[in-house]
Write a protein that binds this ligand. Sequence first.
Ligand SMILES: [Zn+2]
Length: 113
Amino acid sequence: MHELTITQNMLDIVLEQAEKAEAREVGKINLVIGEMTGVVKECVQFYFGFLSQGTLAEGATLSFIMTPTKARCRVCDKLFELKEFDWACPYCGGKEMEIVAGKELFVESIEVE
Ligand SMILES: [Zn+2]
């Protein structure tokens, strides 16, 4: 997938924040990733390992917060967790829905020293 670009963008944000905070090093990075993005944690971890070399974020721990895919039924207006391959509302069986969560991808916070 597009983990390399994602990791690079994430690192840019982290370094910008760390510089603003006049940090000596970044200890931990908390990332929120929606299940629907299909981003593989192991890939991000891997790319981060070499992209962060020589930066303030080198050696930082990555913490992943995975958010489940949620949808709102357009028929009965109920909110539910969307399971893979099961694109129907569990309440009314409706097939028309709006994805309301699961596409997130952002740096939630960083911990610096
Ligand atoms: Zn419904």
